[in-house]
Design a binder for this molecule. Structure first.
Ligand code: FE2
Length: 283
């Protein structure tokens, strides 16, 4: 079987190059190879790293291609495919690899935006702390952790010019930014076991009263993970400087979230958040 899994934002311009590299990799003993390719139309230069995936017996089960545009220091896409093993093995291996790629991508995304440096990891840590507070440490919090870390991954589709624009954004620019939860979900969709996380990513800007986006969900129709993320994300955003506004103090941000319990945020999770913040303060 030959399968090509498009992970959502891969360039297909260098398909013929991909084939010759894969043939070369298969006949040599190397497990990875880096090539540089220039797109003749746009003149953009890409560095592609091809890595072979092997199962425990050394059998080739697939290939991951990570593409980085050289002139602009950011990853522009990656793809995986060329499946020769059973789909279940492949999807497990690809799932693990996809998560690693997405974590790398998230780091790269943040590093191009000084304003959000560390934001994903802070949201992850706060979301995990809230979930642990309410559900207990014995619960598996891996999904909360990954959803927190990757919630803004869809910003890969938003130009850095918009993300770092000083001053007010136009309505059109806001509408481009507002595509990021749906883009984020679509990036994760190929991996079935990321389903719950993909949903949390899609809905992290929904608000408890239905005033959020993209689907205007309200109350418990919003997935629990997304209701946790909404609070953790808002708190960290409010306490960080953004290109279009100053930061507010942690205590002001806490008051803001408390004042919006049951309006913008799930009141039960706000209680958990407040308890956590009070304890952190007294420690
Ligand atoms: Fe977001």
């Amino acid at each position: 079987a030959r399968t090509h899994l498009n992970l959502g934002f891969a360039s297909n311009r260098w398909t013929s190059d991909v084939k010759s590299v894969l043939d070369h990799l298969r006949t040599s003993n190397r497990s990875s190879l880096t090539t540089t390719a220039r797109d003749s139309k746009s003149g953009r230069i890409f560095r592609n790293t091809f890595s072979l995936l092997q199962d425990a017996s050394g059998c080739h089960i697939g290939t991951v291609i990570l593409t980085k545009e050289i002139a602009a220091p950011r990853y522009v896409g990656f793809a995986a495919g060329d499946c020769r093993a059973d789909l279940e093995t492949l999807s497990r291996r690809l799932g693990g690899l996809l998560v690693e790629c997405l974590e790398t991508l998230s780091d790269v995304l943040e590093s191009r935006e000084p304003y959000t440096l560390g934001h994903s990891l802070r949201v992850r840590d706060l979301a995990v702390a809230m979930a642990r507070e309410r559900w207990g440490a014995s619960m598996d919090l891996a999904a909360v952790s990954l959803a927190g870390q990757l919630h803004d991954i869809g910003k890969v589709a938003v130009s850095p010019d918009i993300l770092t624009k000083p001053g007010r954004l136009t309505d059109e620019e806001w509408s481009i930014i507002r595509t990021h939860p749906v883009v984020g979900e679509s990036i994760m969709q190929p991996v079935a076991r990321l389903g719950e996380i993909a949903k949390a990513v899609r809905h992290h800007h929904e608000r408890f009263d239905g005033s959020g986006y993209p689907d205007h969900l309200a109350g418990n129709a919003i997935p629990a993970l997304a209701r946790i993320l909404a609070i953790a994300d808002s708190y960290d955003s409010m306490t960080s400087v953004r290109p279009y506004r100053e930061a507010i103090s942690p205590s002001e941000a806490i008051n803001e979230i408390q004042a919006n319990a049951g309006v913008l945020y799930d009141p039960d999770w706000v209680r958990v958040f407040l308890k956590l913040m009070r304890r952190n303060k007294s420690e």
